[in-house]
Design a protein around this ligand. Structure first.
Ligand code: PEP
Length: 249
């Protein structure tokens, strides 16, 4: 079963109108494989979604970085799944470790967001990951399984999910997981789907890696059997992102 390579660029809380236009120009002029080979998804902050959507070439898609867990209404400061659909945004990132940690988003709350977003027709990049302390105490897989189990309780349409394994200790730290560490976790996650969801879902779900991916480490990681692409933070704001996309071919 071949899974289409997926490269997401998470711009986090960065950008001005000027530099958003510059990054989009770099992407528009980039030589990248066809979107039949690699799915490319750019995730600007909410306020730049329409600008990026209007300027970016059509083989790149866009994603929001978060959405509310239920139908919109009296939730000041939140953005609903319906609004994203209305804007023509097909993807949303949910459960990023920065939100889990800094904004105390629980596994259940993240799962509610995933379930609601999918029910409204969005595709979701679900982030999971362990802290350094959890890894060092041998709890990595228990933590990850609890994070996916919460999502599995709310989701049946797995074709609209990309799972991003993002070890918290690797995000924005320059410390990337070794190929052996990444492959082992991705394989164990896939095995979890065989046992707990369905063998077809296990074979088809894309499990991508995130955490200090750069143009120098992407090729080795991209060759791993169970790594189906990347979620890229810092490097997605630089021209080097194009080389990361090209690791797909
Ligand atoms: C991220 O924010 O999802 C991420 C992986 O960040 P970075 O690539 O900067 O580690």
């Amino acid at each position: 079963m071949s899974r289409k390579f997926f490269v997401g660029g998470n711009w986090k809380c960065n950008g001005t109108t000027e530099n958003v236009k510059k990054i989009v120009t770099v992407l528009n002029e980039a030589d990248v494989p066809s979107d039949e080979v690699v799915e490319m998804v750019i995730s600007p902050p909410f306020v730049f979604l329409s600008l990026v959507k209007g300027l970016l070439r059509s083989d790149f898609q866009i994603a929001a970085q978060n959405c509310w867990a239920r139908k919109g209404g009296a939730f000041t400061g939140e953005i609903s799944a319906e609004m994203l659909i209305n804007l023509g945004v097909p993807w949303v990132i949910v459960g990023h470790s920065e939100r889990r940690t800094l904004l105390k988003e629980s596994n259940e709350f993240v799962a509610d967001k995933v379930g609601y977003a999918i029910s409204e027709g969005l595709k979701v990049i679900v982030c999971i990951g362990e802290t350094l302390e959890q890894r060092e105490s041998g709890a990595t897989m228990d933590v990850l399984f609890a994070q996916i189990k919460a999502v599995a309780d709310k989701v049946s349409k797995w074709s609209n999910v990309v799972l991003a394994y993002e070890p918290v200790w690797a995000i924005g730290t320059g410390k990337v997981a070794t190929p052996a560490q990444a492959q082992q976790v991705h394989k164990e996650l896939r095995d979890w789907f065989v046992k707990n969801v369905d063998v077809n879902v296990a074979r088809t779900i894309r499990i991508i890696y995130g955490g200090s991916v750069t143009d120098t480490n992407c090729n080795e990681l991209a060759r791993l059997r169970d790594v189906d692409g990347f979620l890229v933070g810092g490097a997605s704001l630089k021209p080097d992102f194009v080389k990361i996309i090209n690791s797909a071919s």
